[in-house]
Write a protein that binds this ligand. Structure first.
Ligand code: PEP
Length: 248
């Protein structure tokens, strides 16, 4: 069995207004308080507008906070962006980088992600670096090699493994209700760990893509799966917490 602690990350994406977001965070915090000390790590990544109010809500609950993206620069003329240091100011300890929605919608490539990882790690954040294949890559075979290349190119030459989480998120599984077989997830995670070499031994490799109450237990039972990144199902406190508890 892996000695790595399981990590459950909620990606709220662009969901949650002040009232609904705070209610959700309060409910998650309440469940966490009932279960302290938590046997797994829980990270909420709300939209930027909610980071500070959610930070206040989570205080003392043991649930941690993360951003959904950051710029590679510390500051400057980058309208609409947020820097890693600004996320730290808002009490974030984590940041998701290279999510496929950003890669596809904003043309973020591996080189850019690597610059963001370097900046975020320098600011002290744990970087959740997302990788995953398209349906076409899967159909053509060789998806594993493509994912490994994507990961290695998305990391800066010098990165801190202690500040790295890899999220394997097949693009075709995100929001589709479909997931790979657990054996397939496991095989990809082993390949990714192998690619990281010695540094990879302690790096949590988590799975994301249509994680739900019905599949989370089976997925996280696999010793090569160190947790899950949850999108849609993280928008309900009951559902999200039921998923998190499958980590035990
Ligand atoms: C995601 O986009 O990171 C994700 C995992 O989404 P969902 O759980 O909704 O598939």
């Amino acid at each position: 069995m892996s000695k790595r602690r399981k990590v459950i990350v909620a990606n709220w994406k662009m969901n949650g207004r002040l009232t609904s977001g705070l209610n959700l965070a309060q409910e998650v915090a309440a469940r966490a308080m009932e279960e302290r000390p938590l046997p797994f790590d829980v990270v909420l990544c709300p939209p930027t507008t909610l980071l500070w109010p959610v930070a206040e809500t989570l205080m003392g609950s043991g649930v941690m906070l993360g951003g959904q993206d950051c710029h590679y620069a510390n500051h400057g003329a980058y309208t609409g962006d947020i820097s890693a240091g600004m996320l730290v100011d808002l009490s974030c300890r984590y940041v998701i980088l290279g999510h496929s929605e950003r890669r596809m919608a904003y043309g973020e490539d591996n080189a850019l992600i690597a610059k963001k990882v370097a900046a975020a790690q320098l600011a002290g954040l744990v970087t959740v670096v997302c990788v995953g294949e398209t349906l076409d890559q899967r159909a053509a075979g060789g998806a594993e090699a493509a994912i490994v290349t994507q990961l290695l190119e998305s990391l800066p030459d010098r990165y801190h493994p202690a500040q790295l989480i890899v999220a394997y998120e097949p693009i075709w599984a995100i929001g589709s209700g479909q997931t790979p077989e657990v054996e397939e997830i496991s095989a990809v995670h082993r390949k990714l760990r192998e690619a990281l070499g010695e540094a990879g031994v302690a790096v949590p490799i988590i799975y994301g893509g249509s994680v739900a109450i019905g599949n989370a237990g089976l997925i996280m039972k696999d010793p090569d799966v160190d947790g899950v990144l949850v999108g849609a199902a993280s928008l309900s406190a009951d559902g999200f917490w039921a998923i998190a508890e499958k980590a035990q």
